[in-house]
Design a protein around this ligand. Structure first.
Ligand SMILES: Nc1ncnc2c1ncn2[C@@H]1O[C@H](COP(=O)(O)OP(=O)(O)O)[C@@H](O)[C@H]1O
Ligand SMILES: [Mg+2]
Length: 242
């Protein structure tokens, strides 16, 4: 069975211990008018949320190829973070991963494929299972991994509608400008640290039998991802301002 099914405009997802918390978060954001899936409840097996309009998943890539697309993702992430600042999670809140807490609720996986896009702009954000309280920079660093992007693999860049030599500095700046982030920080260090955490979280979830993480662990992906960290760090040279 597919992990996620879409039937008549409703997304069906496997229910998890953290589903009630995520549905409460979505109710708050949706109620504030943010473009996140409307939460439609859950039963013993499935969680239900409304499908967002726009291109998502594999269809997201052409939209994020332009600087305007990258900037719009930053703008949307900022609007969503801001709307979580005054939200009080349920007293018995459960999140999918251990966390350090922080002033916002991070999405946890803000990569292009988890945004809905229209006309080269990010118009929605879904796939909230990895959400957790955190610092804005946790999600910003995660977004930077994907939008800068921190990969030099030609076929991977081509798949994302990018040339072999994307202007990484301009793309990172567009995302940060869109977000409205002005404090200087070491982008590469932040991205590498966040990527390491993402790998550790896959292992953590996999060890607890959650899918697709357990499958990735069984197939040896975490060590391959860790092998890619030095190449990611090397790309940081392109981000140093002259
Ligand atoms: N609420 C939603 N709105 C629009 N598309 C969605 C939504 N939820 C899921 N999808 C589609 O289903 C795909 C898989 O769902 P997603 O929640 O991203 O799970 P995963 O990344 O774990 O496969 C997405 O790439 C997207 O195409
Ligand atoms: Mg997804």
């Amino acid at each position: 069975m597919r992990r996620i099914e879409i039937v008549d405009g409703v997304v069906r997802r496997p229910v998890k211990e953290w589903t009630p918390t995520i549905q409460a978060l979505l109710a708050h954001l949706y109620g504030r008018g943010l473009p996140v899936p409307e939460p439609l409840g859950y039963d013993e097996q499935l969680e239900y949320v409304r499908l967002l309009d726009g291109d998502a998943g594999q269809d997201a890539w052409p939209h994020q190829a332009s600087l305007g697309g990258v900037r719009s993702a930053g703008e949307l992430l900022r609007a969503i973070h801001d709307a979580t600042r005054d939200w009080q999670p349920p007293a018995d809140a459960v999140w999918s991963v251990p966390h350090q807490g922080g002033p916002v609720i991070c999405h946890g996986d803000p990569q292009p494929a988890n945004f809905a896009w229209q006309g080269g702009r990010a118009v929605g954000l879904f796939d909230w299972d990895a959400a957790r309280p955190g610092e804005p920079l946790d999600d910003i660093a995660y977004g930077l991994i994907w939008l800068t992007p921190f990969t030099a693999d030609r076929s991977e860049l081509a798949r994302r509608g990018l040339t072999a030599a994307p202007d990484r500095r301009a793309r990172a700046d567009a995302f940060l400008d869109g977000y409205g982030w002005t404090e200087p920080f070491d982008l590469t260090e932040a991205a590498v640290t966040r990527h390491k955490l993402a790998i550790d979280e896959v292992v953590w979830l996999g060890e607890r039998g959650h899918q697709p993480h357990a499958g990735w662990v069984a197939d040896g992906w975490p060590s391959r991802w860790r092998d890619g960290l030095p190449a990611m760090r090397a790309l940081g040279a392109e981000l140093v301002r002259p």
